[in-house]
Design a binder for this molecule. Structure first.
Ligand code: DHE
Length: 587
């Protein structure tokens, strides 16, 4: 175990962080210079994609006489590439998001050659070098340029009629068990995303054995658990929600529904008196959220998020729904709307007369979690380098602060008891090695609240998740998307009790090496998750679909390897959600 041996030079790390914005106005050099300058980056690799939308059949919209020649097959192929690679930054309708608009008035003015150069070589301002990286062939680049010169297709809406049509109850409520029918310790069960298999594995925390593998949506993303701990909700990128009954002899899907064409988030009602009553899921396309019955997933209400940006108050046609959490203080879901920069407090106590409080926050809201009291929701406006704090008890904005790093990405964050600054919440950054610790105790430490009280330096850029536990003295920081294979397969661990030092050192855990993966690949180590007792941490060793992956379990006290889970069924494991920690928001 070395100390600070794998740090990425700050200059590279900062470069990584500036890669979000696509600028058509960036300068051009020689082809060779451009090749050198515009390598692929973690941030570019992490740009939201619309994984499933491209599979919907589209037709070429209203052709004009001077449109470039393109066949219907080519148009479909280009649409698929566009949704997977480009729409995350430039928008489904090409009206712009973190990237510049690519509407035909702009693309036609720039012309074929200009667009060809940009797609081939990228730009220092954030456009990936799709051509020189080999991600797109010469023919694909040519196709994409022609595509951008034609009006974009409008993907279909997905309203209540479609949602209802997709709704299936496999086991009605009265046919479900009335008590737990298995001997599993449900609180210590882990739901593990098997991303590219479109499945989740339920793994027993004690024996570390796979209990069952359940088919879910395509490129499944996250799991959340009902307040009682009985029902597990999983969402695929294709917006399919599976509801799994953990009381069954072998847990299985009891209901499913599709709430849109593309989605990332699902949550359930947690307020006292409303446990297991409702579920909610948020879509990337169409931009909407859907409130469902918590026992059957029957859709109750679909609400569009289209509307004005919080600042310039201009219409945005496709503001995506990012993280959703459930308040512990009010019967409300807290819904991040990415592009308009609004946080919605959706009151589920009266769905018919739905009351929604709209908080002006910041654009590009992504992920986040609660402070240790579960009163304050801290969430990253990642492309703006900020964290927004919402008081979920009062239902108001508390603060918006700069984290000082490039592209904060907390996951749900990590809560620590800092030896000097009191309770703090941590976020790492996608764009550099820093970890920002933010004071969260306005009563006990008023001068520190909602300020960055300390900045740590971990392994390098490309971090997505931090993790700690109320019973632990450790803070774990991954570096999933770091370009260096050794760094992306390692995790940095800080001792919380030693954070009083001027430059706290960390220990590097070579998790990927510990997994002893056979058959090659370049596995990345992603997202720590504690067991219920808070004495071990699980990391995914995430390899390609056709390669061996693993889950590595670390003893939290000794920081030594405790166990490696390997199984043929463990295909592309990414997120892991311990039932107790997820339902009680322990992190
Ligand atoms: Fe995620 C959470 C969106 C890529 C693993 N991811 C989230 C959330 C959102 C989101 C909005 C918060 C959900 C919530 O709390 O309700 N993720 C996106 C994207 O748009 C993006 C950038 C690209 C995409 O096309 O999906 C993306 N995410 C990834 C990955 O590549 C990861 C590393 C691997 C994977 O499984 O695809 C990944 N995202 C995760 C995980 C969480 C998550 C493990 C939950 C973390 C937690 O602790 O709660």
């Amino acid at each position: 175990m070395g100390t600070q041996t794998l740090r990425l030079p700050r200059s590279i790390a900062l470069w990584v962080g500036t890669m979000f914005l696509f600028s058509l106005a960036a300068g051009t050099g020689s082809a060779e210079e451009q090749k050198k300058e515009h390598g692929g980056t973690p941030t570019a690799a992490y740009s939201p994609s619309l994984t499933t939308l491209g599979q919907i059949k589209v037709t070429i919209p209203g052709r004009k006489p001077d449109d470039p020649v393109i066949s219907p097959e080519e148009f479909q192929k280009a649409t698929q590439i566009y949704f997977q690679r480009c729409a995350g930054c430039h928008g489904v309708l090409r009206k712009g998001a973190t990237g510049k608009p690519l509407t035909t008035d702009i693309t036609r003015e720039r012309g074929y050659k200009h667009l060809h150069t940009f797609i081939t070589y990228g730009s220092p301002a954030g456009m990936p070098n799709w051509g020189t990286s080999g991600d797109l062939s010469k023919d694909d680049v040519d196709l994409m340029v022609r595509y951008l010169l034609i009006e974009p297709p409008q993907p279909p809406e997905f309203g209540m009629a479609d949602i209802r049509k997709s709704w299936k109850v496999a086991v009605p409520v009265d046919k479900r068990p009335t008590k737990k029918m298995n001997t599993l310790d449900l609180d210590n069960l882990f739901s593990v995303t098997l991303r590219d298999a479109g499945q989740i594995a339920l793994i027993d925390g004690e024996s570390k054995k796979i209990v069952t593998v359940i088919d879910t949506g395509y490129a499944v993303h996250i799991s959340r658990i009902s307040a009682s701990g009985r029902y597990l909700f999983v969402i695929g990128r294709d917006a399919k929600v599976n509801m799994i009954d953990l009381w069954m002899k072998t847990p299985a899907t009891v209901a499913e529904v599709k709430i849109g064409a593309e989605a990332r988030s699902v949550e359930t009602s947690k307020m006292k008196g409303w446990e297991d009553k409702f579920a909610i899921a948020g879509a990337y396309w169409p931009p909407q959220y859907v409130i469902m019955d918590g026992a059957t997933l029957e859709p109750q209400k679909v609400v569009s998020t289209r509307g004005m940006t919080y600042d310039t108050q201009e219409y945005h046609p496709e503001p995506r729904v990012a993280a959703i959490v459930a308040s512990h203080y009010r019967p409300e879901f807290i819904v991040n709307v990415k592009e308009t920069g609004k946080i919605l407090l959706v009151d589920y106590s009266d769905i018919k007369n739905l009351k929604v409080t709209t908080i002006e926050a910041e654009r590009f809201l992504h992920d986040g979690g609660f402070d240790s009291t579960k009163r304050y929701f801290l969430t990253a406006a990642n492309a703006r380098g900020k964290v927004v704090v919402v008081d979920t008890k009062k239902g108001t904005l508390t603060s918006i602060l700069e984290t000082g790093g490039e592209t904060p990405h907390p996951g749900r964050g990590a809560n620590l008891k800092h030896p000097v600054h009191g309770p703090v919440w941590a976020t790492s950054h996608l764009g550099d090695e820093t970890v920002a610790l933010i004071g969260t105790d306005p009563k006990g430490h008023p001068d520190k609240a909602w300020k960055v009280v300390q900045t740590l330096e971990a392994l390098g850029g490309g971090s997505l998740f931090v993790k700690s536990h109320p019973k632990s003295n450790n803070l774990y920081v991954d570096a999933v998307l770091n370009p260096e294979a050794e760094i992306s397969a390692s995790v940095a661990v800080f001792k919380v009790s030693e954070l009083n030092k001027d430059e706290p050192e960390f220990v590097t855990l070579p998790i990927g090496e510990w997994a002893k993966i056979s058959g090659g690949g370049q596995p990345r180590v992603v997202q720590g998750e504690y067991n219920t007792a808070g004495d071990e941490v699980w990391f995914s060793v995430w390899n390609a679909k056709d390669k061996e992956s693993a889950i590595v379990i670390v003893d939290d006290k000794t920081l030594k390897l405790k166990h490696v889970i390997k199984d043929k069924r463990l295909i592309t494991p990414t997120g892991k959600f311990n039932v107790f920690n997820t339902r009680a928001d322990v992190y």
